[in-house]
Design a protein around this ligand. Structure first.
Ligand code: ADP
Length: 485
């Protein structure tokens, strides 16, 4: 796969600074691994503060002219970039499976989803309207202008190597901002391929820059620079909090997509098939490694046994294996640390009374493969109910009344994705309104799309990505008063 990608020019191993591919200044590299085999794919540049400062300068220089392009021009560039992402869909999908591990079919899905943010941004670029406000005095006119915030630092995780970047960079560029991207060191290759396609799309040098390597050094350089006016981050709550605190010094705008602890509530009046299918999708997509993956499956007592049995039977049929193999539904976890986390959560739960009804151990394929797991009799005191498992484990909790379900669901500091399964219209409205979550899927397990706002309540983050609301994150509002007319 790697050599095929190399011949199409999409396998990049250097950072991108001001339109030039660049090694780390001290020549350092780090390896990128295939999580399914543990083999290293390539060595990539391992950059730090110096390269980041140069990338910021390049982005700042490019900002002067990029922010003055017309909306129609930016729209055309973005559309071209989208077209190229779609032309190279197959190769990019392979790259995602190679460095991240998800089944190829899911990787193709990520390209469609991820490229969708660029297409949407291309369209939305033309609709960044200001306002005229009726003046309180007759000799004045009041206007509202929307202007780009400036240079954006975008820090992204490994679980969606393309989509987490496009959902930030698309709207940023559409609004007239320039960006310094820091992809995850675990999955930089997709980001670099996307950046290469941005060059092929004609997006001017310095508008899109990529640095990767020493995350804290790169992060510190982005935070310290007064030229960086905005930090947009997806990743762990702990790092998000650091970035938010670090942004205070220069009062940067901040958007954060942090950890979730998604409840998936199955009511007695749910359609069993819909609930099982929806839960399966909400839980096991990307082997449970998404921030909106169902983390607690909260099931009403009347349907509990039936649901648990049906879920176990369905999960049992999922094929585990290398993401490149035909028919595989569950790939490897990202690394050994991820497997250990899952093991320790299951150990904690079973030591406190939970029962493994399927899986519960490493897969016979070994390495980072874990058996898709269902555990029952879970309660809110177990770590698995309080921490994100980020793995293929479905913990079942039991509840009696609708009030109980809402209380259990909201009993967490997180507030990103949530799901409810019920056939009652009244109940779906009541519960959707009561859930302290940024996203609610009613009788659906996968609801993310570039046309709808994605983001969290409470400690799951700040701001929204996707949709018209996602544009506001990259815009300043300016009030202009024309007086003495
Ligand atoms: P995950 O558990 O998803 O890997 P992290 O928050 O550790 O979540 O990583 C998300 C992104 O944040 C990655 O690109 C990672 O390199 C980056 N990161 C980690 N630590 C820092 C830091 N101190 N400053 C800036 N970025 C960081």
């Amino acid at each position: 796969v790697a050599s095929q990608l190399n011949s199409s020019g999409l396998l990049r191993t250097q950072g991108l600074i001001g339109g030039k591919w660049s090694d780390a200044y001290d020549g350092k590299t780090i390896k990128v691994y295939n999580p399914a085999t543990g083999e290293s794919i390539v060595d990539v540049a391992c950059m730090g503060g110096r390269e980041t400062n140069d990338a910021i300068s390049a982005a700042y220089d490019a900002y002067g002219s990029w922010s003055k392009t017309t909306a129609a021009e930016r729209s055309k560039f973005l559309r071209k970039w989208y077209d190229l992402l779609m032309v190279h869909k197959e190769e990019l999908a392979q790259l995602i499976t190679l460095e991240q591990g998800k089944p190829l079919k899911e990787s193709v899905g990520e390209i469609n989803y991820g490229a969708g943010f660029i297409e949407f941004a291309a369209e939305e670029a033309k609709r960044i309207y200001g306002d005229i406000i009726p003046a309180p005095l007759s000799d004045r006119r009041l206007f509202v202008l929307k202007q780009p915030v400036g240079v954006v630092g975008a820090i992204t995780p490994w679980n969606f190597p393309l989509a987490m970047i496009t959902r930030k960079v698309g709207p940023a560029l559409a609004c007239g901002c320039t960006v310094v991207i820091k992809p995850s060191e675990l999955t930089p290759l997709t980001a670099l391929a996307a950046a290469e396609l941005s060059i092929q799309a004609g997006i001017p040098p310095g508008v899109v820059n990529v640095v990767m390597g020493n995350a804290p050094d790169i992060g510190d350089a982005l935070l310290a620079s007064p030229q960086v006016r905005k930090i947009t981050f997806t990743g762990s709550t702990a790092v998000g909090k650091k970035l938010m605190a670090g942004s205070a010094e220069t009062v940067k705008k901040v958007s954060l997509e942090l950890g979730g602890n998604a409840p998936c509530i199955v009511f007695d009046d749910a359609d069993l098939d819909v609930a099982v299918k929806g839960t399966l999708a909400a839980k096991f997509r990307n082997s449970g490694q998404t921030c909106v993956c169902a983390n607690r499956i909260i099931v009403q007592e009347g349907i509990y046994e039936k649901f648990a049995n049906a879920l176990r039977d369905t999960v049992q049929n999922m094929k585990v294996g290398d993401g490149f193999s035909e028919g595989v539904a569950q790939g490897p976890l990202i690394n050994e640390a991820a497997v250990k986390k899952v093991e320790s959560l299951i150990h904690d739960a079973t030591s406190k009374g939970a029962k493994v009804i399927l899986g519960g151990k490493r897969h016979s394929l070994g390495f980072t493969f874990y058996e898709p797991t269902v555990i029952s009799d879970v309660n809110s005191d177990m770590r698995i109910s309080r921490e994100e498992a980020f793995g293929p484990v479905a913990p079942l909790l039991r509840f009696k009344t609708e009030e109980d379900a809402i209380r259990i669901a909201n009993d967490t500091n997180a507030g990103l994705g949530s799901y409810i399964f019920t056939n009652s219209i009244q109940r779906s409205w009541r519960v959707a309104e009561a859930l302290e979550y940024g996203l609610v899927g009613v009788n659906e397990g996968v609801i993310s799309t570039e046309v709808a706002p994605f983001g969290g309540f409470k400690q799951s983050g700040l701001g929204r990505e996707g949709s018209k609301y996602g544009m506001d994150e990259y815009l300043e509002i300016k009030y202009v008063c024309l007086g003495n007319m």
